[in-house]
Design a protein around this ligand. Structure first.
Ligand code: UT7
Length: 339
């Protein structure tokens, strides 16, 4: 059920960062057998950003957080807990959050990586909501941070996945606020997972389940180190689960579809989002997508949408927004927030 106490967790700042290197569909067509027409038609993507040599996930994360702090009117040093969602960690061991922590010189505050892939931001937002409502922390930073470009197969063999992904980071700051009857803040978050589909969209290796070592030359030669996806299978599940969890979240509150001012969907494929909107009969003026410019930035995609819409005036104080994601695992989640 939604929060019934007088304290709410509110998103007080948003920020994003993408690398400055633009990779167009035509650029990809020079590396693999693909075309601008195929990519646009199937996914809506026109270009994406890739890091340059020397850039790291932590660099993107740092800038997204600095922007979010500026909007929230605080300093990185005022944050007391850092939750980072990613599926492309800077190092598998210990993850990405620690390098962001280091880059921002965040003292001794706790930080952790959360693994729920493209739904990771909403999962982390739900945890931040609980932590803030419980009074454990006063200013929780939630960040989605992905560098896919160094982990995809940019030959024709990997084209079905490689053309979809981009690099980026998006961050929000979550703080407690007294509910003055205007319900401003996070109203409800619902999450689901179904592990039996984990192998339909995954990276097989390295794996700690492989003995005696996690990675072999053979695994590399067989391209098992790159993401593999059963595209149509994933697509079918996404267009079913996203409307389902969006409605479940709304139905847990007193709100209806027509009350929502803005729908923000995970940016995996414009065609998925169009299909979801069609199923729910949502008018275009209540949707916003940026996959055309950035590709699929997984856990970063929803906070990047928040950063853009708070700055371009689409998202205004008082608006009711519905955010929904689907990703590897499979995972899916939806959040309803009063801005
Ligand atoms: O973040 C959440 C996870 N990701 C998703 O939600 C993505 C879900 N899936 C999808 O978005 C779509 O399935 C794709 C965009 C990945 C693929 O679209 P599709 O319409 O399902 O294409 P397909 O996989 O059935 O492939 C159709 C054809 C194949 O050729 P043949 O067998 O018909 O000769 C592929 O080999 O397109 C070929 N193909 C490509 N051609 C040009 C696959 N990738 C490419 C490419 N460029 N990049």
């Amino acid at each position: 059920m939604g929060n019934t106490n007088r304290l709410r967790a509110k998103i007080t700042g948003t920020g994003m960062c993408v690398p400055d290197q633009v990779i167009t569909n035509d650029d990809l067509a020079q590396r693999m057998d693909t075309s601008d027409e195929w990519i646009r038609q199937r996914s809506g993507i026109q270009e994406r950003r890739w890091i340059r040599p020397g850039e790291t996930p932590a660099d993107l994360g740092k800038q997204a957080i600095e922007q979010a702090c500026e909007q929230a009117g605080c300093e990185p040093g005022d944050i007391d807990c850092l939750l980072l969602a990613t599926l492309s960690s800077q190092h598998d061991f210990p993850g990405s959050s620690f390098f962001v922590h280091e880059a921002l010189d965040m003292g001794e505050i706790p930080c952790m990586d959360l693994r729920a892939q493209c739904s990771g931001f909403l999962y982390a937002l739900s945890i931040a909501d609980s932590l803030v409502i419980a009074g454990k922390f006063k200013r929780v930073l939630v960040i989605g941070c992905e560098v896919h470009s160094t982990g995809i197969d940019v030959s024709t063999r990997g084209r079905d996945v490689a053309v979809l992904f981009g690099d980026g980071a998006g961050a929000v700051i979550v703080e407690p606020q007294e509910d003055e009857g205007d319900e401003a803040g996070i109203i409800e978050v619902r999450m689901h997972a179904e592990g039996k589909h984990a192998r339909r969209l995954w990276i097989e290796a390295p794996t700690s389940a492989n003995t005696p070592v996690r990675i072999t030359h053979e695994m590399i030669d067989d391209a098992r180190i790159f993401p593999q996806m059963e595209g149509r299978y994933v697509f079918k599940h996404a267009v079913t689960r996203m409307p389902e969890v969006l409605l479940e979240t709304l139905n847990a509150t007193s709100h209806k579809l027509e009350d929502v001012n803005l729908f923000l969907f995970h940016q995996a494929n414009l065609r998925i989002n169009e299909a979801v909107a069609q199923r729910l009969e949502l008018s275009e003026d209540r949707l916003f997508n940026n996959i055309q410019k950035y590709g699929n930035c997984s856990a970063a995609s929803i906070p990047m949408l928040l950063a853009e819409t708070t700055r371009d005036g689409r998202l205004k104080p008082g608006h009711l927004i519905s955010m929904t994601a689907f990703g590897s695992g499979f995972t899916w989640a939806s959040a309803l927030v009063r801005w």
